[in-house]
Design a protein around this ligand. Structure first.
Ligand SMILES: Nc1ncnc2c1ncn2[C@@H]1O[C@H](COP(=O)(O)OP(=O)(O)OP(=O)(O)O)[C@@H](O)[C@H]1O
Ligand SMILES: [Mg+2]
Length: 317
């Protein structure tokens, strides 16, 4: 289990009053442009996420429920977790995302980890509430959880309340609940020629069969993320590249880009089935290698980054 540490946040008041906090409004407005800028190729899903978050932040969700709940489905590396990270950081600031990998909660003991095993223990979920009054709970690979752990998810989705081993009942109504899963995505990758609507239907049907129907029914937004096209991976490569250049510039390695760099990185990093992770790895490795070659030769790691066709790598000139 891993979750981020975070500072205490101001208590969540259910139901905003008429004069909504102006900084909250600014954050919501900014999310509208931030999310599509950070997450590419999922424009069908992002508006539904933004609209659910708006309702959650403006106090329009029912009392005694989480602020919002989402099931994000789709293949590996297409932006499901990144969407949760970007949204949570924008709304709450860093450190308010608590992430649980359900593949680590497959047996009966998992219940004790989450809720505390002995009298006096609060478990991981109690630990979350000690740190934060609002934020996001992310349950990755939700379908792998033990049935008793799924019962906890059900309670969270239904009433936003959980009783831990100390006997305390904890209120999670200030939280968004996010479930992610790759259910049905292996087949999705092989159905190359079907249209998006058919693929989405297929994945949603599989998810409904695999997850409990009552969990499926209680999630507000069920969204299928699409595999990434070549064009979208190109945009993502540009994003990774500018992030890498900024990272190196902060370490005094100032790089200008030759026009050969981006097409080379896309050629090396594009993978039709593994999403954007190989692209991120290719950008970090190939740009990093070019700079470290300079440093090893006792040259400054600054200059023009370009393709060396003979050696099939990037170099700093
Ligand atoms: N659609 C996208 N737009 C921009 N960046 C993306 C996109 N998809 C993936 N990435 C980048 O690729 C990396 C992996 O993405 P992410 O962790 O969101 O994958 P995932 O869909 O959650 O996959 P998994 O099912 O394996 O958990 C991140 O660094 C993310 O920034
Ligand atoms: Mg993920």
């Amino acid at each position: 289990m891993s979750y981020t540490t975070c500072a205490h946040s101001p208590g969540y008041k259910s139901g905003m009053n008429k004069t909504t906090d102006p900084t909250k409004l600014t954050k919501l407005h900014e999310l509208t442009s931030l999310l599509p800028r950070e997450i590419r190729g999922q424009s069908h899903a992002l508006p539904r996420i933004m609209s659910a978050v708006r309702r959650g932040e403006l106090g329009l969700t029912k009392p005694g429920r989480p602020r919002g709940s989402f099931l994000l489905l789709g293949p590996t590396g297409v932006g499901k977790t990144e969407t949760v990270v970007v949204t949570t950081n924008q709304i709450f600031g860093a450190g308010q995302l608590f992430r649980f990998d359900m593949s680590e909660f497959q047996n009966q003991e998992a219940l004790g980890l989450l809720l505390g095993a002995r009298l006096g223990e609060v478990g991981y979920l109690g630990g979350v509430r000690e740190r934060a009054a609002e934020g996001s709970l992310l349950f990755d690979e939700a379908e792998k959880a033990h049935p008793r752990v799924l019962d906890i998810l059900l309670q969270l989705l239904d009433a936003a309340r959980i009783t831990v081993a100390t006997g305390q009942t904890l209120d999670f109504s200030g939280f968004y609940i996010w479930l992610t899963s790759n259910i049905g995505s292996a087949e999705l990758m092989s159905l190359q020629h079907s249209n998006d609507a058919t693929l989405e239907r297929h994945v949603l049907t599989r998810a409904q069969q695999t997850l409990r129907p009552e969990i499926f029914a209680r999630v507000n937004e069920k969204l299928v993320f699409h595999r990434l096209s070549y064009e979208h991976q190109l945009e993502i490569a540009e994003k990774f590249l500018s992030r890498e250049i900024a990272f190196l510039a902060a370490r005094s390695h100032k790089l200008e880009l030759d026009k050969t760099v981006l097409p080379f990185l896309v050629r090396k990093g594009f993978h039709p089935k593994l999403g954007a992770r190989p692209m991120r790895d290719a950008v970090e490795k190939l740009v990093g290698d070019a700079v470290s070659e300079c440093l090893l030769d006792a040259r400054p790691g600054s200059g023009v980054l370009a393709l060396d066709e003979t050696r099939d790598c990037l170099v700093v000139r």
